[in-house]
Ligand binder design. Structure first.
Ligand code: PLP
Length: 430
């Protein structure tokens, strides 16, 4: 018997009654889609729809949803040790993860500091950089960042990000940062000249997303010019912070974007793909020189930073399991396969007059939709594109008029073909 008065509310309706979602205007947003389960690159909702997760659920998922190997490892760890205070205590997953991360990072990285997510990994890097100068008695206080950078949503991370509508209400509370343009093709010399002009003995750090600025619109640039920027900053004594929260763990083709560089950063920030997208975990790594500046009989030289769930054993275990999968031949072949297929699809995209600035680094393919001169995140085209693809079972989340794909490495050729076909179907309507 059907009786609408007795009908149980859906999960989406129950959600609306009690939950406030991220990056969401709750007054106008449609009800959220409630996902019951995931498998591989596919998400299944409560009404029986399927979605190919072409953006790896906000860039975190590497090996597919509910991966059985990661699940099994985390389940075992859950029965062994779920959590323990990380000051004065340690545990096997944290030690093993640090032991396994350091050899695959740029050779100068010497220590691993755990935190909770990408934003906290950036906060820790900034605090290490500022306190490094404080501890060695040469206080440097300025930071140079790239325009349109995104480093997270906590205050320090916001401060070193580009100023935009997202940060507008908080501008009075953000410390000042100097910006140089991202050294995209055609603006390399401008970026180099601007950096050179800004650098002096007050600059504590230069922070950047190597090769790909994610949230800023999948802005891409080449390693050669980043090496030059890093050399300039290094010569002026500034510390180099590579925010690889998004680019880490194979996204750009190599394990880390920093592996395309000859220069090495002093500090690195990792998160997102770190646990294969299973759970939240952040890592900040640093050189011995930085670490040693905190060693002292003077307690005031301590890095006073930590989170309740620092180095959570479950998260570290998920990261260890994800690393096994990432380093496997199968995954490495998949990364190459996706990169090759993206490259071929780029050729196809060139045939569409509405497609501009096609760009790719490894498994990330992005392009601008020419939407009549409007290029803001708040552009209508964003909603049109999002809904068009969602209706066809493809989860993509354009950044304004920037459409991009950043799939889990396990996405099959058939699924990838289907995603490309839907993008082409969309382009034919524009
Ligand atoms: C997502 C992101 C962050 C913030 O990470 P959260 O885990 O969302 O706090 C920082 N830096 C970059 C480059 C990112 O893409």
């Amino acid at each position: 018997m059907q009786n609408s008065l007795l009908a149980l509310p859906t999960l989406s309706e129950r959600d609306r009654a009690v939950i406030w979602h991220p990056f969401t205007q709750m007054q106008t947003a449609p009800l959220p889609i409630s996902i019951l389960r995931g498998e591989g690159a596919v998400l299944y909702d409560e009404t029986g729809n399927e979605y190919i997760d072409a953006i790896s659920s906000w860039w975190v998922n590497l090996h597919g949803h509910a991966h059985p190997y990661i699940a099994e490892r985390v389940a075992q760890q859950l029965r062994t040790l779920e959590h323990v205070i990380f000051a004065g205590f340690t545990h096997k997953p944290a030690v093993e993860l640090a032991e396994r991360l350091l050899p695959i990072l740029p050779g100068n990285q010497a220590k691993i500091f755990y935190s909770d997510n990408g934003s906290t990994a950036v906060e820790v890097a900034l605090k290490m950089a500022f306190q490094y100068w404080h501890n060695i008695g040469q206080p440097r206080t300025r930071v140079i960042a790239l325009e349109d950078a995104y480093h997270g949503d906590t205050f320090g991370a916001m401060a070193v990000g580009g100023r935009s509508a997202f940060t507008a209400p908080f501008v009075p509370f953000l410390f000042d940062v100097d910006y140089i343009p991202a050294p995209v093709p055609g603006r390399e010399d401008e970026a180099l000249a601007k950096l050179e002009a800004l650098l002096d003995e007050t600059v504590a750090a230069f922070i950047f997303e190597p090769l790909v600025q994610g949230a800023g619109g999948m802005v891409m640039y080449q390693p050669g010019v980043l090496d030059k920027l890093m050399q300039l900053a290094r010569n002026a004594g500034a510390l180099l912070i590579a925010d690889e929260v998004m680019t880490g763990f194979g996204r750009t083709g190599r394990l880390f974007a920093s592996h395309y560089l000859t220069e090495q950063p002093d500090l690195m920030c990792l998160s997102k793909g770190l646990t294969g997208g299973t759970m939240a975990l952040g890592v900040t790594t640093c050189t011995n020189a930085i670490y040693e500046a905190f060693l002292s009989d003077d307690k005031f030289k301590t890095l006073f930073h930590g989170h309740s769930f620092t180095a959570n054993p479950l998260a570290c275990t998920a990261a260890l399991a994800s690393l096994d999968l990432t380093l496997s031949e199968e995954t490495q072949a998949n990364i190459q396969r996706i990169a090759d297929r993206h490259e071929r699809f780029s050729q196809v995209l060139q045939g569409y007059s509405t497609v501009k600035a096609i760009r790719q680094h490894g498994t990330i393919l992005a392009f601008d939709l020419d939407a009549g001169g409007q290029t803001s995140y708040f552009n209508n085209i964003r909603d049109v594109v999002y809904n068009f693809l969602l209706d066809r079972g493809v989860l993509m989340r354009p950044l304004g008029n920037v459409l991009y794909m950043l799939p889990p490495y396990c996405i099959t050729d058939e699924q990838l073909t289907y995603v490309y076909e839907q993008v082409e179907a969309l382009l034919k309507t524009l």
